[in-house]
Write a protein that binds this ligand. Structure first.
Ligand SMILES: NC(=O)c1ccc[n+]([C@@H]2O[C@H](COP(=O)([O-])OP(=O)(O)OC[C@H]3O[C@@H](n4cnc5c(N)ncnc54)[C@H](OP(=O)(O)O)[C@@H]3O)[C@@H](O)[C@H]2O)c1
Length: 328
């Protein structure tokens, strides 16, 4: 199956590397970053492009834009891995719509378009006889969407509870384990490359809330929006709060929860017993799904990382390749 890759950052390079390394029946025929692009209907030389990207900062010809690649390249599925814009979803929404209108499948790790425009994009995909998949948008490598779609098919999902932001989880783990203040733990997270220079999205629970919106809309199709989430971050948590929880044999985690029967859609720091399944350490993510048939299922794994996120994208691509692709 031919694929075009838009975005050559951490995730894009991870995806390109896996496709180049493994014999998965996937050929990259178009690539673009923010300033350049290149196409070859017979397949690009990925090793060379990755080398060029690390040496020169661009992956192709500066006369070719990402939109040129999306509009003109010969591909079956678009891989959209550009930065998340949680306010407008652009330019990714435009990229995805353009590909869907060309009757190309789309796989994305970008939360913006899915949180803001999923209904419209899904309808457009359906109208054009293609699919839009987004496993990587929630909990990185953890196959949440595949589990919901296949493993738990026939179950009614009654509620979900998750640790969906690795940065917050790392900070809380370090505050509890080492008695660090929030500021010290945040600084350490930055030094480790787990927190952005501006950590607002993570520490104020916005990133977790966006993922909660994506999950809620996927499971219940209830059209919830970011503003519907009752949200408290971890930025005001004190070392004392962590210490008091510790004294009770508990700890604190930032929990995203959705319980439709109680009209709860919330992200907030919660006190949990230390052996609670959602008390995972470091940058791990965890998600408990409460269902009518299977009862409780908890998935744990890496919520970010270049190859970890590529794993989710590759899973979506191979699903499309097996089920839908017209050509290989
Ligand atoms: N990193 C993770 O572990 C992870 C996990 C799950 C989901 N995600 C999501 O996956 C997406 C990609 O993440 P990332 O970490 O790979 O980001 P990143 O390292 O910042 O890379 C973004 C890439 O997109 C390119 N880009 C920026 N603006 C563009 C535009 N207007 N048109 C075309 N390309 C553009 C950048 O080009 P230049 O190279 O020229 O700057 C860069 O190659 C984000 O939406 C993120 O939220 C990431």
């Amino acid at each position: 199956m031919k694929v075009a890759l838009i975005g050559m950052g951490s995730v894009g390079k991870g995806v390109a590397g896996v496709i180049a390394r493994k014999d998965l029946g996937l050929t990259i025929t178009g690539i673009a970053d923010s300033t350049s692009g290149c196409v070859d209907p017979d397949g690009l030389d990925i090793a060379n492009l990755l080398l060029n990207k690390s040496k020169n900062g661009c992956c192709g010809d500066r006369q070719i834009s990402a939109m040129d690649v999306i509009k003109k390249a010969d591909y079956d599925a678009l891989i959209e891995v550009t930065p998340t814009n949680a306010l407008t979803g652009e330019p990714a929404i435009g990229y995805i719509k353009t590909a869907l209108l060309r009757k190309k499948h789309v796989v994305t790790s970008n939360k913006g378009p899915i949180a803001l425009a999923y209904k419209e994009l899904h309808a457009l995909a359906h109208k054009n006889g293609v699919v839009l998949r987004y496993e990587a948008t929630v909990a990185g490598a953890v196959p949440v969407m595949h589990t919901l779609e296949h493993g738990l098919a026939g179950n009614e999902i009654l509620a979900l509870y998750g640790v969906l932001n690795g940065t917050c989880n790392y900070i809380l783990t370090r505050m509890a384990d080492e008695g660090l203040t929030y500021e010290q733990a945040l600084l350490e997270a930055r030094e480790m490359g787990y927190a952005e220079a501006d950590p607002t999205y993570d520490v104020q629970g916005i990133d977790a809330a966006i993922k909660l919106v994506i999950l809620a809309n996927t499971i219940w199709g209830n059209g919830v929006r970011l503003n519907d989430v009752d949200r408290t971050g971890i930025d005001l948590l004190t070392a004392d709060a962590l210490r008091l929880a510790e004294e009770e044999g508990c700890t604190i985690r930032l929990i995203a929860e959705a319980i439709p029967r109680k009209h709860i859609l919330r992200v907030s720091p919660r006190i949990l017993g230390k052996n609670h399944p959602l008390v995972v350490d470091g940058t791990l993510n965890a998600l408990t799904l409460e269902t009518d048939l299977a009862k409780e299922i908890t998935l744990i794994g890496r919520g970010a990382g270049s190859t970890e996120t590529a794993s989710a994208i590759i899973g979506d691509l191979l699903f499309i390749k097996d089920r839908y692709a017209r050509s290989t």
